[in-house]
Design a protein around this ligand. Structure first.
Ligand code: G6P
Length: 466
């Protein structure tokens, strides 16, 4: 935006998805929608006087239109990167290659394929990263702190370092990091470029020790170690104050009543809330639920699986196929087991935060079974807002497991029998024990609220010798 150009900011954040998006209305005007999440509340912790700037991509037609019309918010600069370059970088490289590598999602015999098309997309990924590095170099004041986010922007630290050696540069990974044995399936030059790009930072942050160690192992295996770059762990927690207040507003209470109608009187409820994302393992969750109904018929008519699977990355065929498979399997379970008064799976695909909170409040069991997940905030949010206590079935491969293992029921996300048994155990957990565990889970889940999470990183970066 014109208003922020050329200003010398002392704190800058860079991410693909920004804190605000625009939609073109029927009358041609633009409606702004503000997003939530850890970074948004984290950044607000330093207050408006800090003069921070958030650099992000224009993602929608409305965003591009806003950039063209010079509309925007103070403290946000959207980059209008050509749509084809962005699509190659975001869909092609970030979400189809780097996301797949870090979440161990490739499936032979079709994937991965690193061919001429991949090289073309990689060039777009470089262009896209360069656009961020140039914008940051232009906006940052002398010695400013720049916090670059996630796998979309791995090359930015190195590129920015060359343009502006005076800056303090941090990078934070919100995903897992691949084990070296899996990371090495990338072409050698690409693997090295990713690592060297990130090592351009003074400091790298990860959500758990496990992901930080995996990154360090990759650096030992593929480049000459970490060099002078520091690696830190910051386990983002749930925002208890915000969640508790938000979860008690009228729109949430109304949705609880509607959900109770859908579930039916006196039934137990297993809840899951995810983006419809391959790594979230929604299909195996449904298979485990089907096995529960099959192997323990006493649960029929007495339990409902409420699954919110919100559309994500629908430009990618593999995500569209996955969404269809989730829908198909839910329908199949409902037609095999359902009765006139009982729908075993209640599946909603339209994103509705108030309804998610309603489900969190009334859940008896939360199912969080990702194949691999940087953290997984659902596992942390449910215990915070639960009304009567909720048993947590949690994958050992979620970053949150490192902090919540003691009071969760742990599952191997690939093991459907184990997951079905865990659901049974969760459903039969005595109410008092469930409430006690939920209290302890909530305490662990809120140990590092977003504001502190952000400040810790900023302080570590700016206080670091260098
Ligand atoms: C993960 C990533 C984020 C990303 C989010 C939603 O949590 O770490 O960087 O913003 O997924 O994905 P999307 O592709 O919709 O931005």
């Amino acid at each position: 935006m014109a208003s922020t150009h050329g200003a010398a900011h002392q704190v800058l954040v860079a991410s693909n998805r920004g804190p605000v998006s625009y939609e073109v209305q029927d009358d041609g005007s633009l409606a702004a929608k503000r997003g939530g999440g850890g970074l948004v509340s984290g950044l607000s912790a330093i207050g408006p006087d800090a003069g921070a700037l958030w650099v992000c991509s224009a993602l929608s037609d409305g965003d591009r239109e806003a950039v063209r019309r010079g509309i925007g918010e103070d403290g946000v600069r959207m980059l209008d990167i050509p749509a084809d370059v962005h699509a190659d970088a975001y869909n092609g490289i970030a979400n189809s290659v780097l996301w797949f590598v870090h979440h161990l999602l490739y499936q032979t015999p079709l994937e991965p394929v690193f061919d001429a098309e991949f090289r073309r997309q990689w060039a777009s990924y470089e262009t896209y990263n360069r656009a961020f590095a140039e914008a940051l170099a232009e906006e940052a004041g002398p010695g400013a702190a720049v916090l670059v986010q996630d796998y979309h922007l791995c090359l930015v630290p190195g590129m920015l370092r060359e343009l502006r050696p005076d800056l303090r540069i941090g990078h934070f990974s919100h995903t897992p990091w691949a084990p070296a044995e899996y990371f090495r399936l990338l072409p050698d030059d690409i693997a090295q470029q990713v690592l060297r790009g990130m090592l351009g930072a003074d400091r790298l942050g990860f959500l758990t020790r496990r992901w930080a160690d995996a990154f360090t192992a990759c650096c030992t295996a593929f480049v000459d170690g970490l060099g002078g770059t520091e690696v830190g762990v910051h386990g983002l927690g749930a925002d208890a104050d915000f969640l508790r207040e938000r979860a008690h507003r009228d729109d949430v209470t109304e949705r609880m009543a509607a959900l109770r109608d859908e579930i039916g009187e006196g039934r137990r409820t297993i809840v899951r809330v995810d983006r419809t994302e391959l790594s979230k393992n929604i299909v195996r969750g449904l298979l485990a639920y089907r096995q529960l109904l099959d192997s323990r018929p006493e649960w029929r008519e007495r339990v409902v699986h409420v699954a919110f699977a919100y559309p994500s990355r629908q430009d990618l065929a593999v995500y569209r196929d996955y969404t269809a498979e989730v829908q198909r399997l839910a329908d199949e379970i409902n037609s095999s087991y359902g009765t006139p008064g009982w729908t075993p799976v209640v599946l909603h695909v339209k994103d509705d935060f108030a309804r998610s909170l309603a489900a969190y409040r009334l859940a008896d069991v939360a199912l969080v079974n990702p194949i691999r997940d940087g953290m997984n905030l659902v596992a942390k949010e449910v215990p915070v807002v639960s009304d009567d206590g909720c048993a947590l079935v949690l994958s050992r491969e979620a970053g949150a497991h490192a902090e919540l293992a003691e009071d969760a029921i742990t599952v191997n996300p690939y093991d459907i029998t184990e997951t079905a048994n865990a659901l049974h155990e969760a459903l039969t957990m005595p109410a008092a024990e469930r409430a006690e565990r939920t209290k302890r889970l909530a305490a662990a889940a809120t140990a590092l609220p977003p504001a502190q999470w952000f400040l810790d990183q900023l302080n570590a970066l700016t206080n670091q010798a260098g």
